[in-house]
Design a protein around this ligand. Structure first.
Ligand SMILES: *[C@@H]1O[C@H](CO)[C@@H](O)[C@H](O)[C@H]1NC(C)=O
Ligand SMILES: *[C@@H]1O[C@H](CO)[C@@H](O)[C@H](O)[C@H]1NC(C)=O
Ligand SMILES: *[C@@H]1O[C@H](CO)[C@@H](O)[C@H](O)[C@H]1NC(C)=O
Ligand SMILES: *[C@@H]1O[C@H](CO)[C@@H](O)[C@H](O)[C@H]1NC(C)=O
Length: 466
């Protein structure tokens, strides 16, 4: 079970980003993560020694263990009472994050960030050095392979400041799987919200692997988080000096936030409110059926063209209309104008679509609206839950999941009914993500059984009553 969970999480990492995906079967994930968690992998100098002193009531000082769980060396030190928090935490499962208070100097285009120590002694004792990839999909080497490493280190020598900043800095990359809406939100925008929101726009963003297209696409969101122009870290030759620098973005789970771990307790409800504000979306809640003005509930169907597309919209739409819905069909693609798409989705009460990046538009729905996720054939229901089901619940949306039967899949035209693909789709999972993708994601279209699906649309209406 725990194993299965891991497997599912790793699929979530790559959803939609098919062309860049290499095998990352879940069974490997744990070990990959375990390796990347430990210092020797990220730090070329094997002996990063962190001197931690542990207090004991009787003796004053006591050493518990020579190595703590992060792989740091713990050294007893009788004459030195100072305790340093390491510059970076590389133990978080989804991202590496450095949070540095003090004299921090960023030489942008050499990817070097130095924490200037107050004395030579401190510099010698700490000598911390990390190579951080500031993108929140740790453990996924395909995504992370494209992310430039930033060198974060302690240093006694201080490069001359070209410019002094009075606000904190946040350094992050927009490479990895960006360009896919799911990853735009799950890997960057939500983690950026978690990391930056508490500064009330008084924060400077420095972006590595700078991509002007991406920055423009999400400019409205960025503007709501920082009132300063983004600095392109790849080009800027200046030395920027700060008193507080965060490298990497805090990230808790797929397309969501854990309020218990986020600064000021931010949740996905806060995030969706923030997004509605960024895009000037005016509907906070869906219609309540039975209200006096009696508008028809609006259903938006996210359509896909190349794979996992609906083969019988001509049956689905009239059936939905017969139940009283006003139906809107919206096709999501990487070049969609986010503002326009957000307005369409926010104007609706129910969003339905087949598992895929387009469902990420759920962030624009009014709170308590209904998401219907249609899960293609292939044992994909856990992946569906991790990518959109649990996030929908965290956003306080009503969530309905519809798993199709073999008869509703285009695969039935290609394989005999007694084929392994129908009898035991999980056997394909054992061959890794490429097999799953090519079998179930890229080559499957969906012909909904409108009689069976009708009940789901009725249930959605019922949910809008509540
Ligand atoms: C680093 O992250 C781990 C995992 O979330 C956490 O348990 C630990 O307390 C963090 N360490 C520090 C120094 O914040
Ligand atoms: C910074 O970038 C410029 C332009 O690419 C390059 O000429 C220069 O050598 C770089 N400086 C450093 C220190 O990498
Ligand atoms: C930045 O601040 C330092 C320390 O206060 C000062 O010595 C330096 O001249 C300042 N540099 C600039 C460019 O303002
Ligand atoms: C998206 O559409 C809005 C109008 O609906 C327009 O103001 C904006 O410039 C467009 N954005 C892009 C990136 O094309």
């Amino acid at each position: 079970m725990g194993h299965k969970k891991k497997l599912v999480i790793s699929f979530g990492r790559v959803e939609g980003r098919s062309f860049r995906y290499a095998v990352l079967a879940g069974c490997f994930l744990a070990s990959i993560t375990a390796v990347t968690l430990f210092m020797p992998n990220t730090v070329p100098f094997s002996a990063v020694s962190l001197r931690v002193l542990i207090h004991s009531a009787q003796t004053g000082l006591e050493v518990i263990d020579s190595t703590d769980s992060r792989g740091f060396e713990i050294v007893s030190e009788h004459d030195e009472l100072k305790e340093w928090k390491p510059l970076c935490n590389v133990s978080e499962p989804r991202s590496e994050v450095c949070d540095m208070n003090g004299d921090v100097r960023i030489h942008a285009n050499s990817s070097s960030i130095q924490f200037i120590t107050s004395s030579r002694e401190e510099a010698l004792k700490r000598s911390e050095l990390y190579r951080i990839r500031p993108y929140a999909r740790k453990g996924d080497e395909v995504a992370m392979g494209s992310v430039r490493r930033i060198i974060v280190s302690t240093s006694e020598a201080a490069p001359h400041c070209s410019i002094n900043h009075s606000v904190p800095a946040i350094v992050f990359s927009v490479n990895g799987y960006t360009g896919n809406l799911f990853h735009d939100f799950s890997d960057v925008l939500i983690p950026l919200f978690v990391t930056a929101r508490e500064f009330n726009r008084e924060v400077q963003f420095l972006v590595s692997d700078f991509n002007p297209w991406w920055i423009r696409k999400f400019q409205l969101v960025i503007n709501q988080l920082s009132r300063y122009n983004v600095i392109d870290m790849d080009k800027d030759e200046r030395v920027h000096c700060f008193n507080h620098v965060i490298v990497g973005l805090k990230c808790h789970k797929e397309l969501s936030i854990d309020p218990l771990r986020s600064p000021k307790g931010y949740s996905m409800i806060d995030f969706t409110r923030f997004i509605r504000n960024a895009y000037s979306l005016n509907r906070e809640t869906p219609i309540r059926i039975g209200d006096k003005h009696n508008r028809r509930p609006r259903l938006v169907i996210i359509s896909r063209k190349r794979s996992r597309s609906f083969m019988n919209l001509n049956e689905i739409v009239p059936m939905a209309e017969e139940l009283g819905y006003k139906v809107v069909i919206a096709e999501a693609s990487a070049t969609s104008n986010v503002t326009q798409f957000a307005e369409i989705v926010n104007s609706c009460d129910v969003l339905m679509g087949v598992h895929g990046a387009g469902l990420t538009n759920l962030v624009f729905l009014p709170t308590k609206a209904v998401l219907i996720q249609i899960v293609p054939w292939g044992g994909l229901k856990w992946m569906a839950m991790y990518d959109f089901g649990y996030p929908a619940k965290d956003m306080n949306l009503k969530y309905l999941q519809y798993e199709i039967k073999p008869e509703e899949s285009s695969l039935i035209e290609e394989y005999p009914r007694d084929h392994l693909i129908f009898k035991n789709p999980l056997t394909f999972h054992k061959q890794g993500w490429n097999a799953i993708r090519s079998t179930f994601m890229d080559k499957q279209n969906i012909k909904l059984d409108v009689r069976r699906f009708r009940d789901v649309l009725l249930e959605a209406l019922k949910q809008l009553h509540q």
